[in-house]
Design a protein around this ligand. Structure first.
Ligand code: SF4
Ligand code: SF4
Length: 179
């Protein structure tokens, strides 16, 4: 196989010293430092506005009648890749159109990778990725958010599935994802 031999070029004295290259690099840094628009945000005094479709902390929602939309089917728990969700279902009393609800619903925020699969899998539109990104804690235990906390973050959703309403169950149609 033919090949071409390329001679290694000799370095000049300046190249061997490295100082001119360092000065050139510093000059470039200074140029951008002095000329470029600054993007520093005075956080937290100046709040960060997250874009449309931002995938923040998964949260549970209630409907406009104050009912927890989750029916504890455990689809989200099953589909969650890092197993960040833990649900303890309970049977609901009386003649509820919904048989089950979550007795406990824990989300390990340290495990969650914000993939959105729980939202995709949920048949009740009961869990969605909120825009919440400001959460911190002093311990691992603190970072496991329980049902009450997740409902507080999620708030109320007036659209979507309404399994609680018998008449809505009779002929309801999916209204598409809620954002
Ligand atoms: S966003 Fe992904 S990782 Fe986080 S709880 Fe949902 S399914 Fe699990
Ligand atoms: S949040 Fe949705 S998918 Fe998860 S248990 Fe509740 S109803 Fe099922």
């Amino acid at each position: 196989m033919a090949y071409k031999k390329v001679e290694r070029p000799e370095l000049t004295l300046g190249e061997k010293l490295y100082i001119p290259a360092v000065l050139k690099g510093l000059g470039l840094t200074m140029k951008y430092f002095l000329k470029r628009k600054k993007f520093t945000r005075q956080y937290p005094e100046e709040p960060t506005v997250v874009p449309e479709g931002y995938r923040g902390l998964p949260a549970l929602v209630k409907d406009d009648e104050g009912r927890v939309k989750c029916v504890a089917c455990q689809m989200c728990e099953w589909v969650c890749p890092p197993e960040a969700i833990r649900i303890v279902p309970q049977e609901l009393p009386g003649d509820n159109p919904v048989e089950k609800g979550p007795k406990e619903f824990d989300l390990d925020t340290l495990r969650c990778i914000f993939c959105g699969l729980c939202e995709e899998a949920c048949p009740e539109e009961a869990i969605f990725l909120s825009r919440e990104f400001e959460f911190a804690g002093q311990s691992r235990e603190e970072m496991i958010f329980n049902k009450e906390k997740l409902l507080e973050i999620g708030g109320i959703r007036t659209q979507g599935e309404k399994k609680w309403k018998k008449e809505a169950n009779a002929g309801f149609s999916r209204q598409g994802p809620i954002r």
